[in-house]
Design a protein around this ligand. Structure first.
Ligand SMILES: Nc1ncnc2c1ncn2[C@@H]1O[C@H](COP(=O)(O)OP(=O)(O)OP(=O)(O)O)[C@@H](O)[C@H]1O
Length: 256
């Protein structure tokens, strides 16, 4: 049987007496898309912060691709291929859309300073490959037409897409998306779902998706975990969880 890419066991996080995460567990398999939903303050972002090294667990064990990353720093975790996006967008606002993506893809260029100085064949080949990868991401995300606009002036939905393709440009094995469709209307959220579906298939990615748009979750996720007050209350297929009485009470009830 295939091994899980990411495993989380008995994960806890306490902030000044608040138990933000209580005993979270996860097995994320290669190519799997798992949704993480729950009302405000349920602990979803804290889980993503713990998995990506932005917070240290109070207790528990996180393993990614065979490495114990429970105490690892964000840059090390990203290097291993576990990459996250943020609920609050972080872009180089002065740079164009294209430059934002190019910067994210640049660390994977296999060239030395000598290659750069002498413009070797290797240099030209690598730069060509780099441009093609960036083109493909811009094309598939629908951002090619606005590639030369500064990222900071774009509408919110477009900035979110730039943030996601910046994450994809690092060629992660797993992506943690914290509310990628936040602030989007229904058609923008549907377009984002199309793009995420494409990206997931193209790169064989595993995804953990925190999302309040349930239509996005239902469409993309094979499995959904529902949190409330720091703990997992239900997990199952999207159909199972959205019909579960606990979920209707804790989450859908609140939304209604
Ligand atoms: N850095 C922090 N310091 C103190 N308390 C925090 C911190 N981060 C989160 N919390 C608390 O932990 C709990 C869980 O918050 P978290 O942001 O993880 O919830 P969430 O499910 O992501 O909510 P939302 O959907 O509103 O983003 C909340 O009570 C929150 O106030």
């Amino acid at each position: 049987m295939t091994e899980a890419l990411l495993t989380v066991r008995d994960l806890w996080k306490e902030f000044d007496g608040i138990q933000a995460v209580r005993g979270f567990e996860l097995d994320l398999y290669p190519g799997e898309v798992v949704g993480l939903i729950g009302p405000n303050g349920a602990g979803k972002s804290t889980v993503v912060n713990l998995l990506s090294g932005f917070h240290r667990p109070s207790r528990g064990r996180i393993t990614f691709a065979g490495h114990d990353i429970s105490q690892a720093r964000p840059d090390r975790i990203a290097q291993l291929g576990l990459v996250r996006t943020f609920q609050h967008i972080r872009l180089f606002s002065e740079l164009t859309v294209r430059q934002n993506v190019e910067v994210a893809a640049a660390p994977r260029l296999q060239i030395s300073t000598i290659d750069v100085a002498l413009r070797t064949r290797r240099y030209r080949r690598e730069v060509e490959r780099w441009r093609q990868e960036v083109d493909e991401l811009l094309e598939a995300s629908g951002l090619m037409a606005i590639q030369d606009r500064p990222a900071g002036v774009l509408p919110y939905g477009d900035q979110r897409r730039v943030e996601i393709i910046r994450a994809l440009a690092t060629q992660p094995r797993a992506l943690l998306l914290d509310e990628p469709a936040a602030g989007m209307n229904e058609s923008e959220a549907a377009a984002l779902s199309d793009f995420l579906e494409w990206a997931q298939g193209r790169y064989g990615l595993s995804l953990v998706l925190i999302e309040h748009h349930l239509d996005v979750v239902e469409r993309l996720c094979q499995r959904v975990i529902v949190m409330d007050q720091g703990a997992i209350i239900v997990s199952g297929t999207p159909e199972e969880v959205t019909q579960h009485p606990e979920v209707i009470r804790a989450y859908l009830g609140e939304a209604a």
